[in-house]
Design a protein around this ligand. Structure first.
Ligand code: 10G
Ligand code: SF4
Length: 316
């Protein structure tokens, strides 16, 4: 019962995943080895604090290849890019490093294989998210986006036709299950991924929030507004009946959130740095919730290696 003595309960695991850690290291190492500026297509990861820090160290974040001068170093963000962007970049005089998470890349390879086999692909994900653009953009056609159950009825595919599905890696576990169940009810011949595409970090952070919610009266999730996986954590808390707020700066934390509340839960999305989470914990403590405990949970030990040409060299 020890955790119930606490005022603030921290979810475990929370914060950086292996793909985010690697992507940030890629930018830092590129700056170290090749100097500034280093161009990054899209925010390397969706966190305002990380973007501000890397910008101050000499990274320039752009959306269009036309913004990158010839002869520069260019990094693709952890969310991945379409085959077209990769190809167009390769035609330019650029030194390119790909920070696409290996777990996103695995989905890209799957999409390419299914397309080559002539199987129509349903992509479950959020319209306009860079990972969805990158994954769907692995192939030129025969791939269809489903955001919600209602989209299934609009698919231009026959119910006996063989189809496959893949998903974005950062979706709600529960909503995705519902969509897959509905897909199976509409189509008789579905090729499923061997292992779900939602990644270990998304699964573990959602599982940890599910354990935390019954113990708290209010929840703070550290993450930026454009971070899909962080939004899913906030949404999960809300769906479980606890008011929940997404913040990416200590100044956003409001004292009234904690009036009459006994215990606050704190978690952080896969792109939120632990030092930012600690600053936010300090603000909550300032409002009178003083005793902090971390719930037991899975210890993650996934580590991804750096891309070729950017392995860390010993620094003197
Ligand atoms: O959760 P999303 O996909 O919006 O990205 P993020 O940068 O907030 O977190 C890390 C996750 C990815 C790089 C997408 S696999
Ligand atoms: Fe990779 Fe998952 Fe992190 Fe995305 S959220 S970068 S897929 S580990």
């Amino acid at each position: 019962m020890g955790h119930l003595d606490a005022d603030i309960l921290l979810a475990q695991p929370r914060g950086f995943c292996a793909g985010v850690d690697r992507a940030i290291q890629i930018v830092k190492e590129a700056i170290r080895q090749f100097g500034t500026p280093i161009y990054v297509r899209h925010q390397i990861i969706h966190n305002a604090r990380v973007i501000a820090e890397l910008s101050s160290e000499g990274a320039i974040f752009i959306e269009e290849l036309s913004e990158v001068p010839d002869g520069s170093t260019l990094i693709f963000s952890a969310h991945g890019v379409s085959a077209e962007i990769k190809y167009l970049a390769s035609l330019r005089d650029l030194r390119i490093f790909d920070a696409t998470c290996p777990l996103v890349n695995k989905v890209h390879v799957e999409v390419q294989k299914l397309h080559a086999a002539g199987i129509p692909i349903v992509m479950i994900g959020h319209h306009g998210h860079p990972e969805v653009d990158g994954t769907m953009g692995q192939v030129k056609d025969n791939i269809y986006l489903v955001e919600k159950v209602a989209d299934i009825a609009k698919l231009p595919l026959g119910q006996d036709q063989q189809i496959a599905y893949v998903t974005q890696t950062t979706l709600s576990i529960d909503e995705t299950k519902e969509i897959i169940t509905a897909l199976k009810a509409s189509f008789n011949n579905i090729v499923e991924p061997k292992k779900q595409d939602i990644c270990y970090a998304t699964q573990n952070r959602q599982d940890a929030v599910k354990e935390l919610i019954p113990l708290v009266d209010v929840m703070v999730v550290v993450g930026s507004a454009n971070s899909s996986n962080s939004n899913r954590l906030r949404e999960l808390a809300t769906k479980m009946g606890v008011p929940a707020y997404l913040v990416d700066d200590p100044l956003q934390v409001k004292p009234e959130w904690f009036f009459d509340k006994k215990r606050v839960g704190i978690s952080a999305g896969a792109s939120a740095p632990e030092n930012l989470t600690q600053e936010i914990i300090d603000v909550v403590r300032h409002y009178g919730l003083r005793v902090v405990k971390t719930l037991p949970g899975i210890v993650e030990n996934t580590v991804f290696s750096m891309p070729k040409g950017l392995q860390k060299t010993a620094s003197l």
